[in-house]
Design a protein around this ligand. Structure first.
Ligand code: AMP
Ligand code: FE
Ligand code: FE
Ligand code: ZN
Length: 290
């Protein structure tokens, strides 16, 4: 694989658009990836493929696009269940069971968002659901959209503060109705896709799953582990890298770009050509080229 710039290829396999909780439209996202000098971008909105077509339609020359999604999952081996994220690449977006599951999760996110707003209102906090839903612009709704409402109302100064324990991090956080992670891995494979566990050791986000679970997921069809991610400390990255080597899983590095909803920039972390080629070889959907 040759890079656009003559240096090592830059491959960023995790980014969000306005189809979920990013702030750039899918078309703007691929434009920004081009200007950031990336060779490959994956669009991985939460629980939706709605950004695929507009991203492909706007793909600049020389940029390749991996079509993907980030599935909201849970592991029920602990009490309460541990929420986790599964990246899914190059799957058939029309696979009926997967389509139905994603629609169910998106609908449940709306109910959950409305209930979280109800909790805030019950404490006299001036936010309202129609505005938040409008702020999501038809994309998959999540806490970042509620965070923006708290900022608009002058209740917090930053997204970081909105995700603190007094707000959406704990006090007003409700669990999502997500997909059992074994079922998700199986569904993604059935749909011809390549499942990669997103930020599996991000202890700063909350509880993480034990290595034994990751070994079981590998046996169930998991393809890889996202290793280089801003939410992993250097020690956590090394741990994940060693575990992947032990289990024969590929490793990825990605920005998890969310536009101005987060500070991280496109291309902040990158994936090797070898891992990219393995994903492409295993996926049923073609890589799109501009
Ligand atoms: P939800 O899917 O509704 O539970 O919201 C989770 C989303 O919130 C993640 O995908 C991130 O985009 C964002 N998020 C989670 N924690 C933080 C944080 N500490 N700061 C900023 N954004 C966060
Ligand atoms: Fe997000
Ligand atoms: Fe994630
Ligand atoms: Zn993400």
């Amino acid at each position: 694989m040759t890079s656009r710039t003559g240096s090592a290829p830059r491959i960023d396999l995790h980014a969000h658009s306005t189809a979920s909780d990013g702030t750039l439209t899918p078309a703007e996202l691929v434009g920004a990836a081009f200007h950031a000098g990336l060779d490959v971008l994956a669009i991985t909105d939460h629980d939706t493929t709605a950004g695929w077509a507009p991203a492909v339609g706007a793909l600049p020359p020389g940029l390749r696009l991996i079509r993907g999604a980030e599935l909201s999952c849970r592991w029920s081996g602990a009490q309460p269940a541990v929420p986790l994220h599964l990246l899914a690449y190059l799957f058939d977006p029309d696979h009926p069971e997967l389509v139905a599951e994603l629609a169910r999760v998106r609908a449940a996110r709306e109910e959950r968002g409305e209930r979280m707003v109800g909790l805030l209102q019950a404490d006299g906090i001036d936010v309202n659901w129609p505005d938040i839903l409008a702020g999501a612009g038809g994309g998959t709704v999540g806490r970042p959209h509620i965070a923006q409402a708290l900022i608009r109302a002058g209740l917090v100064d930053s997204v970081r503060e909105a995700f603190g324990p007094d707000w959406l991090g704990e006090r007003y956080r409700l669990p999502k109705e997500d997909i059992d992670v074994f079922r998700a891995v199986r569904l993604v494979r059935e749909a011809g896709g390549v499942p990669v566990f997103a930020h599996p050791r991000a202890t700063r986000r909350g509880r993480v799953v034990p290595d034994e679970l990751i070994a079981e997921l590998a046996a169930a069809g998991l393809a890889g582990l996202e290793t280089d991610h801003e939410d992993h400390s250097p020690a956590e990255r090394e741990h994940v890298r060693a575990l992947a080597a032990e289990l024969g899983l590929l490793v990825t590095g990605s920005s998890d770009f969310h536009g101005t909803h987060k500070t991280v920039q496109l291309g902040a972390f990158s994936t090797s050509v070898e891992a990219y080629e393995r994903i492409v070889a295993e996926g049923v959907t073609e890589v799109a080229s501009g």
